[in-house]
Design a protein around this ligand. Sequence first.
Ligand code: GLN
Length: 457
Amino acid sequence: MNIPEARNLLKSKSISPLELVEECEKNWKNQEYDLNAVITPMFERAKEIAKKAVFDESKPLSCIPYAVKDNICIKGEKLTCGSKILGAYKSLFESTATQRLTNAGAIAVCKTNMDEFAMGSSGEYSAFGPTRNPLDKKLVPGGSSSGSSAAVAAGYSIFSLGSDTGGSVRQPAAFCGLSAIRPTYGTVSRYGLVAFTSSIDQIGPMAKNSFDSLTILKAMRGLDEKDSTSVEWSPVELPEKPVIGIPKELFELDIDPEIMALLQECKKKLEGIGAKFIDVSIPNLKHSVATYQLITPSECSANLSRFDGVRYGLQVEDPELGKQYKKTRSDGFGAEVKRRILIGTYALSEGFYDAYYLQACKMRAKIASELYSALSKSDAILTPTTPTTAFEVDSIQDPLKMHACDLLTIPQGLAGIPAVTFPFGKDSKGRPIGMQFSGPAFSDDSLAVLASKVEEV
Ligand code: GLN
């Protein structure tokens, strides 16, 4: 069920808010053994809220159940970030995003499984075990917002929240046949989102279609005095008949030919609704993964230093404080998180900073300026969301291969611009394919509307 369908049923009283939450709970009970999409179920609390709730048409998400990635704080609930190191930690804060969704009437039903600290592309890097794709259980659901995509695809909730640094809402949405938006940097408050890469992280909606994604985004974005990087929303409208750029470098990259064939289909559909196409160029697109894999480990090595066994969750005791830090972190963090902390610490260290971190910052600026330049010639850029469709659980062992999954979802975060992924057909094995629009800052709504038009045709 999508949001307007649920609203119609609630309005006509064909279903009560409580029954809607109970439906979600039933789907969770029936499938969770196979899917492992949830870390903390909140159905009991949700039912208490739903019992008292009355559908209010003036609220865009009135009585709509949703799932929340477990790196986003809900006051009084467990917060694990998919990691052992947070132990039994319960959040003392409510994130601005979830607070605003509550204000819009939505009801949180679960905290979802995720790659540890949002580092991963498959859901397999969670300390709580891998999540599986509800469309085909031998496949991964994508990551790092793995449980958030699985929860929507399996009907545990009508929509969900994820966080997107290098594609973590878009890639899992694409793997599960959903829509998702990575918002313009700063438009959704990061207050109450556990920091991975502060200069890139954004909370984004995941839903059945782009109309729903936009409804959710509108309810949670906007200036927040609790996040100094948050900005006032000021829309950029795309023309009725947009000029859309396709980067010519796409054709030199390692992208599944079936996905590239559907890109041409998508282009035709867009031409059918009046869009014009041009070639654009992002010469350094191929360096985006390497750039991202220096910037994000550098920032996360600093951000994750707060998990020291004193302030939060897990503490592996030792009479010597230094040893206690080491033991806690060694025991509490998983392999991928340790890898990134090591790389980041190295890249920031004296003597290596110039060679690694600073070079990556320069390349980030270069890639961003190439995107801005492409977007000065076109209104939006069309690419696939991912180089492959969903792959099998346990099929990628090499971390570098895992990192390569993010090739097409990294550049937007580096540049702070928005991107919308929408479902567009399937490959010959029946696995969903996502297409992606990227646009200038503040074009989020126009991109989502354009995606909705493609979904309609
Ligand atoms: N897959 C990417 C990574 O491993 C993206 C993660 C994210 O967007 N949070 O870093």
